[in-house]
Design a protein around this ligand. Structure first.
Ligand code: NAP
Length: 308
């Protein structure tokens, strides 16, 4: 029987592991499908305190893992499919490789990229549709590409892609960016980036080999459709929380985020905590996820002490 199982290895998960590790709880961390979470698919993180020169996302996550392991966290490469609570108040986690029992659980599974929901979209992922510029940007050298979205992610992706692409179209459904001012200003000042305002992608057009060659653009004010030649579309329109596997041990809001108690990271089930992007639709920052991981660890530790 574990004291605490932490599901997820983003900022929230590793921080919870550092704190529960230092509290001698020997946490078990389950990696999920993406070790290191969303920051492993980003480039430079400029706003994580303590790194005035910035730090690469994968490096930051690697350092957090090292720190957690230093304090005794064990890592297993498993994905949780189901959680249930037994009559004695402990938890049973069914994974893709066996069942794990634990006294407390911290859910830090983050969120997955949202796609546009267009015809054939998921088939085209890897063939000119992607959500990760860091992963796929270098494949599109000296060709035009598009980014969809108007938030910080879209701006970050667009800027990064200018290192490779001949031109980056930033397709946004409004005529104003949602991104923070510094990111928006950077995009608007970049000569390689051409904003396409008030527009959406209505469909993907492919070549004889099944690779994207263009998109059908729709101007949302005039309904006029046109074709835009791009070799790849980077979709950056937000995320969907990875919360579905938890079942009715938690309440979800209308967008699928886990509801936390008004103060702290507790859920409606005692001993079950939620931290980071799986529960936070307001801040969604690396540092706030880390903060929630810390809070969840402290709450789990107090719960275990009270139960003794
Ligand atoms: P976001 O802020 O929610 O922005 C999503 C963007 O996609 C919005 O511009 C939205 O348009 C657009 N959008 C949503 N659904 C759409 C649809 N179906 N079709 C077309 N467009 C759609 O998401 P994000 O950019 O991923 O950022 C998430 C959080 O992470 C934010 O808190 C952000 O600050 C943070 N973040 C920070 C950094 C950084 O500081 N370096 C980098 C990346 C992300 P509307 O504007 O019209 O709603």
């Amino acid at each position: 029987m574990e004291n605490v199982v932490i599901i997820g290895t983003g900022c929230a998960g590793w921080t919870a592991a550092i704190y529960t590790g230092r509290a001698n709880l020997n946490p078990l961390v389950l990696s999920g499908t993406q070790l290191g979470g969303q920051l492993t698919t980003t480039t430079e993180v400029e706003n994580f305190p303590g790194f005035p020169e910035g730090v690469m996302g994968p490096e930051l996550m690697g350092r957090m893992q090292k720190q957690a392991e230093k304090f005794g966290a064990k890592v297993e490469y498993k994905k949780v499919d189901e959680i249930s609570r037994k009559d004695d108040g402990t938890f049973s986690l069914v994974t893709d490789n066996g069942t794990i029992e634990s006294k407390t659980v911290i859910i830090a599974t983050g969120a997955a990229p949202r796609y546009l929901g267009l015809d054939r979209e998921m088939e085209l992922v890897g063939h000119g549709v992607t959500s990760c510029a860091t992963c796929d940007g270098a494949f599109y050298r000296d060709v035009p590409v598009a980014v969809v979205g108007g938030g910080d992610s879209a701006c970050e992706e667009a800027n990064f892609l200018t290192r490779f692409a001949s031109k980056v179209y930033l397709i946004h459904r409004r005529d104003e960016l949602r991104a923070s001012k510094i990111m928006a200003d950077r995009v608007l000042a970049n000569e390689k980036i051409e904003p396409v305002w008030d527009s959406g992608v209505a469909g993907y057009l492919t070549d004889g080999e099944g690779e994207v060659r263009a998109v059908t653009l729709k101007n949302l004010k005039t309904d006029v459709e046109s074709e835009l030649e791009v070799k790849c579309v980077f979709v950056a329109i937000g995320h969907v929380p990875n919360s579905q596997f938890v079942g009715d041990l938690v309440d979800l809001d209308e967008n699928g985020y886990i509801e936390q108690k008004p103060r702290g990271t507790g859920t409606k089930t005692p001993g079950l905590y939620a931290a980071g992007d799986v529960a936070d639709h307001v801040y969604r920052q690396a540092i706030t996820a880390a903060g929630q991981g810390c809070a969840a660890a402290i709450e789990a530790e107090r719960y275990l002490t009270d139960a003794d």
